[in-house]
Design a protein around this ligand. Structure first.
Ligand code: PLP
Length: 409
């Protein structure tokens, strides 16, 4: 039995806060975006957490996502719908990456992607706050995680996917009990449909960063990284950036850990990795601006990062800049080569978005942006098994033995 889920653990949420204006919002109420149209961030009484939770006590707990209860928003344990959110391992990739490169392999989470971290939290909070019907736009993995968790606790879900969403994603969403629609457009077109329905009161909008709790789930990546490194963070993190929830979440996690006194002020350089066919954050970073323009004609093999416009653009850019990192674009050809190299040489099958981080790392090494001696973590955010793989066309034909039984008399 996992104590993290049956113990009565105190919670420490004090309020929510607009990420742009700092305006306060009451906790324990259903919220979308702030009045200013920006993401809301959950705030905790970190002094009280510090008094209630010692590092050693944490170390004694099981290592899953729920060991971080004091830093998470769910008040009542019975609202947690768990499918087994394990701590994901850090896998060395010495041949395709380098001696100091680790891949945080998020493909091992329920529904095969790190969207499970965000959605397990968002669904628990939706349940806690009485939501009965949820809609969401998705490039695939988020919809699958939503469908799994929401169906499991009886919340109805309607999911909208861009027309070129991988077939396997659309089917896994359907088979896990959501009503799923393909839309002849991109993720932001799907988002507009969800927003309109939400405004009409037909459902709750669970789009990334348009509700406050996905980020709290994704932040556990940062908490885990710190614990796994013995409270020492890596020198650099390469993160495949679509909506950027994970990057923003990790940055928030580091801040909270510092306030608890568990880490110091040092931070990894955060590299936001995008595909050169859809790189709005990279363009905004290079232009030195705070908000990104919509990227037209977005295309890339890495569907999870095909996000032409992100509501949290300024939060991504802020974290990247404060950390001394960069936003980097990589070509699909380099991404696919990285996936192939890592599978063949290190035995780890990355998803294309994970391949993009490896490709970006290799480019950064070549340009001197990172040093081979630096400790680097790359994020592989879904299992490579969900994606198309190169053909394996070889057939060996052998003479068939007859199956009938001869009777030679
Ligand atoms: C959603 C997704 C991403 C992007 O994550 P964000 O935190 O939304 O930027 C990257 N890779 C995969 C496989 C994804 O499903």
């Amino acid at each position: 039995m996992n104590d993290n889920l049956c113990a009565d653990r105190p919670t420490f949420v004090t309020h929510l806060e607009c990420s742009m204006t700092g305006e306060r919002y009451e906790a324990d109420r259903l919220h979308g975006l702030s009045q200013a149209g920006r993401p809301l961030l959950v705030r905790y009484d970190l002094d009280a957490v510090k008094a209630a939770l010692a590092k050693d006590a944490l170390a004694a707990r099981e290592t899953d996502l729920w060991r971080w209860r004091e830093l998470l928003p769910v008040r009542r344990t019975e609202n947690i719908v768990s499918l087994g959110e394990i701590e994901t391992p850090l896998i060395p990739v010495p041949r395709s990456g380098g001696a100091n490169v680790l891949v945080k392999d998020e493909g091992r989470l329920p529904t095969g992607s790190f969207k499970a971290r965000g959605l397990v939290m968002a669904v628990a909070m939706a349940k806690e706050l009485g939501v009965t019907r949820i809609a969401m736009p998705t490039n695939g993995n988020a919809g699958a995680a939503l469908a799994a968790y929401a169906s499991r606790c009886g919340i109805e879900t309607i999911v909208f996917c861009p027309e070129d969403t991988p077939e396997v994603n659309v089917r896994e969403i359907a088979v896990q009990g959501a009503r799923v629609w393909r839309v002849n457009g991109l993720i932001d077109d799907c988002g507009a449909i969800v927003g309109k329905g939400a405004a009409e009161g037909r459902w709750f909008d669970l789009s990334t960063l348009k509700e406050p709790y996905r980020i709290e789930g994704k932040k556990t990546m940062g908490l885990e990284l710190a614990a796994q490194g013995g409270w020492r963070l890596p020198d650099a993190i390469f993160y495949p950036t679509g909506g950027g929830t994970g990057l923003i979440g990790m940055w928030k996690a580091f801040d909270e850990l510092e306030k608890l006194g568990w880490i110091g002020p040092e931070r990894p350089r955060m590299y936001a990795v995008q595909a050169s066919g859809c790189a709005p954050i990279v363009k905004a970073f290079d232009d030195g601006v705070e908000h990104a323009e919509r990227w037209e004609n977005a295309h890339t093999v890495a569907a999870g990062i095909r996000v032409p416009r992100a509501v949290g653009d300024f939060l991504i850019l802020r974290a990247v800049r404060e950390s001394g990192g960069k936003a980097l674009a990589v070509d699909d050809a380099d991404t696919l080569r990285a996936v192939a190299d890592c599978a063949r040489d290190d035995g780890l099958l990355l998803c294309p978005e994970g391949g993009a981080t490896l490709a970006a790392y290799r480019n950064a090494l070549a340009t001197g942006e990172v040093d081979a001696g630096e400790r680097v973590v790359l994020f592989n955010c879904a299992t490579g098994l969900k994606y198309p793989m190169p053909e394996a066309p070889n057939w060996l034909t052998v003479p068939r033995r007859s199956t009938s039984t001869r009777c030679d008399g």
